[in-house]
Design a protein around this ligand. Structure first.
Ligand SMILES: Cc1ncc(COP(=O)(O)O)c(C=O)c1O
Length: 393
């Protein structure tokens, strides 16, 4: 192994100001989607190199930035983008919030397949639009799209935008080409633009690959905006570097105008260089990371089967997030998460914040050194046993 993902990195140091590790002594955070690994060494070299210049003035977008994105998606995801249709954004969430404003009107519906990444709700509600949930069907311990519900909701003239998560946070699912095609056709027929958030697309099981939404048909390509970023893959969310891709020139213009009006289309002094070094040279690192995350998932899966068989881990092929059905243990995931934190110091997310049937779930982030994962699982078992004792008394 060339890179050491087993290394325990101390992120509690004051000057780091880590959101995830803003904890009480002895706690173990496995909540927000942020990895504990040091980034790909060339990314930190690029940042240090830039920092060493000691001038940090306004920065323009270098040629290599769009090239690096285009080559990464061509080489690793079999998708050809046009350089001129990529726009820099300071993050997927700022971009999505801006696009909710530029692609819809106040009081219109924005469609989500739920449970889904909780911040999508904020981007919609904070802008005076309505969330329209299409809950996914949960059957035999796994999820699928409820197409008749989705169709009915897309046909509502008030529905003008859908935000798709591909691969899907929190269920960890890579959408099949057939599902994406059907979504693309429904959206096209009903004049609903699709934002496809593909931030988790590199972190799939070894040997697997995801399908970019815009690649499945001409309709999907011409009626969508894709959010892309090295932030999840390379653990650089704090650098605030991302991109949106809209091949349709009319949508591209609207989004570009919105991002600029909202002042979220200009990178800081590190944003471009970090993305370039990641996408130019980081593939080996990503492949090794995928192996490590897969082994973490395998470990947890075996651990749960053996030690807490009453919870069910949803089968998944992407992301470093586990989606765990706790309905046989507790009525309410939020209450269980709170109890586990208080009793054991393990900090995981109660699934209610993701909507749909999320209140029957916990989301657990396993992008950390194996020793932390082992520690986390032991705490989870402890917490659940204590919860059961409390409930049974
Ligand atoms: C699906 C998804 N989109 C967006 C984000 C956040 O993106 P950014 O930090 O670029 O705003 C996250 C972070 O967890 C995520 O899971």
């Amino acid at each position: 192994m060339k890179y050491d993902f087993d290394k325990k990195v101390d992120r509690t140091e004051k000057y780091v100001d880590s959101l995830k590790w803003d904890i009480k002594p002895g706690e173990l955070p496995m909540w927000v989607a942020d990895m504990d690994f040091e980034t790909f060494p060339e990314v930190s070299e690029a940042i240090q190199n830039r920092a060493s210049h000691k001038t940090y003035g306004y920065t323009i977008e270098p040629e290599e930035w769009a090239e690096a994105y285009v080559n990464w998606w061509k080489n690793h995801h079999d998708f050809q983008m046009k350089k001129t249709r990529l726009i820099f954004a300071t993050g997927a969430v700022p971009a999505i919030s801006s696009m909710v404003r530029s692609l819809t009107n106040v009081a219109e519906n924005v469609l989500l397949m739920t449970p889904v990444y909780n911040i999508f709700y904020n981007s919609i509600l904070n802008n005076g639009r309505k969330v329209l949930e299409s809950p996914m069907i949960y059957e035999n311990g796994t999820y699928h799209v409820d197409f008749s519900d989705l169709k009915r909701k897309m046909e509502d003239p008030q529905t003008t935008l859908m935000i798709l998560c591909n691969p899907h946070n929190p269920i960890g699912h890579i959408w099949e080409e057939e599902d994406l095609f059907k979504i693309g056709e429904l959206a096209w027929e009903n004049g609903v633009v699709v934002i496809s958030d593909e931030l988790h697309c590199d972190l799939v099981n070894p040997g697997e690959s995801y399908t970019p939404f815009a690649s499945v048909s001409e309709h999907a390509r011409m009626n969508s905006v894709t959010c892309l970023s090295p932030s999840k893959t390379f653990n650089i969310a704090g650098i605030q570097t991302s991109a949106v891709y809209a091949e349709n020139r009319f949508i591209h213009h609207k989004v570009w105008r919105g991002l600029n009006t909202d002042e979220v289309a200009e990178g800081n002094a590190f944003a471009y260089q970090a993305a370039i070094s990641a996408f130019q040279n980081g593939w080996d690192w990503v492949e090794q990371l995928r192996e490590y995350l897969y082994e973490n998932r395998q470990f947890v899966s075996a651990y749960l089967r053996e030690n807490i068989p009453e919870v069910h881990l949803i089968p998944a092929n992407a992301t470093y997030l586990l989606w765990v059905d706790i309905s046989k243990v507790a009525e309410d995931g939020r209450e269980l998460a709170k109890f586990i934190r208080k009793e054991t110091g393990l900090w995981v997310t109660g699934g209610d914040v993701y909507g749909g049937n999320g209140n029957k779930f916990l989301r657990i982030n396993i992008a950390t050194a194996r020793c932390n994962v082992v520690d986390g699982m032991n705490r989870l078992k402890d917490g659940i046993r204590k919860y059961q004792e409390k409930v049974n008394h």
